[in-house]
Design a protein around this ligand. Structure first.
Ligand SMILES: C[S@@+](CC[C@H](N)C(=O)[O-])C[C@H]1O[C@@H](n2cnc3c(N)ncnc32)[C@H](O)[C@@H]1O
Length: 266
């Protein structure tokens, strides 16, 4: 039985991968049709050369989707096993006092281990996204959670090296300047602390997936404020973080990264 399983493992893994990709692409296609039919509710002023990929008012987009965010994203994440990745990243690596940037609706809240994490400060530039997170933390005693509205491009309110762990999940796709955000995360992280990233970006191994992401980047950015085809290796490298662990999932589009702040502070 065990040897049969071992023999068939590559086939099972391939079938699983194809299933997940089919769900992902299928779901994206459904979202596209829905967006085409329903007309987006965005109230952002757009000019001739406007692109949602470089939209400087991205927070407005999240203000617009905050109420439906968990319902819509939750389905995607369950199908793709994202919750397991969130759990694993935080269970194995988060400890002490944590800063989470771009925390959104607080989708990581259930996964912070109370045994090793004392408190978590969640920040986001969208008060409506954070309002959803606030509802979730009301009855949690440990770890202690707090929410604060703020722009993570400049974390000026925090001194250097003050957090044990700094977390960002699915935020680098949304920030106007992801490299600057990582540099700030690095600055506020203690020298022996960790910077934890769970992100999506372009696949380096599956060309047809990356072509699909590129082709649909503008539409996806319009619907979700997320630029899903960014080059994450390059972004992390430019930030000067020391990459300690990297796993990729979903045909190389989901990045699970454990980083150290390294020596250079800014
Ligand atoms: C795709 S959502 C991810 C939310 C959450 N981290 C998660 O894992 O579900 C990106 C979040 O980044 C926030 N955001 C975008 N630009 C920001 C900025 N400059 N400063 C702080 N938050 C920002 C948005 O408001 C949004 O809540």
């Amino acid at each position: 039985m065990a040897s049969n399983l071992a023999r068939n493992a590559p086939m099972i893994a391939a079938a699983g991968g194809i299933y997940v990709a089919a769900c992902y692409i299928g779901y994206s296609a459904v979202q596209k049709n829905k967006a085409d039919i329903e007309e987006t509710e965005l109230t952002i002023q757009t000019g001739d050369n406007f692109s949602f990929i470089s939209n400087p008012n991205r927070t407005d987009q999240f203000q617009n989707v905050a109420a439906k965010y968990d319902d819509e994203i939750g389905r995607d994440e369950s199908v793709m096993g994202i919750n397991l990745l969130r759990r694993s990243l935080l269970y194995f690596h988060a400890k002490g006092t944590v800063l989470e940037v771009g925390a959104g609706t607080g989708r990581n809240i259930p996964y912070y281990p109370s045994s090793s994490v004392d408190r978590v400060l969640m920040t986001d530039s969208s008060d409506k996204m954070l309002a959803q997170a606030r509802k979730k933390i009301q009855n949690i005693e440990r770890p202690k959670f707090a929410c604060r509205v703020g722009d993570c491009t400049t974390l000026d309110e925090f001194p250097d090296q003050c957090f044990d762990t700094v977390v960002d999940t699915f935020g680098l796709c949304s920030y106007q300047n992801p490299v600057n955000v990582l540099k700030e995360m690095k600055r506020v992280c203690k020298p022996d602390g960790k910077i934890l990233l769970l992100e999506h970006g372009r696949s380096k191994t599956w060309d047809f997936i990356t072509k699909y992401l590129d082709k649909n980047a503008e539409r996806h950015a319009k619907n979700w404020g997320c630029v899903w085809n960014r080059d994450l290796d390059q972004i992390v490298e430019e930030s000067g973080l020391q990459l300690e662990t990297l796993h990729t999932w979903h045909f190389g589009t989901t990045y699970y990264m454990v980083c150290r702040p390294g020596t250079a502070r800014r």
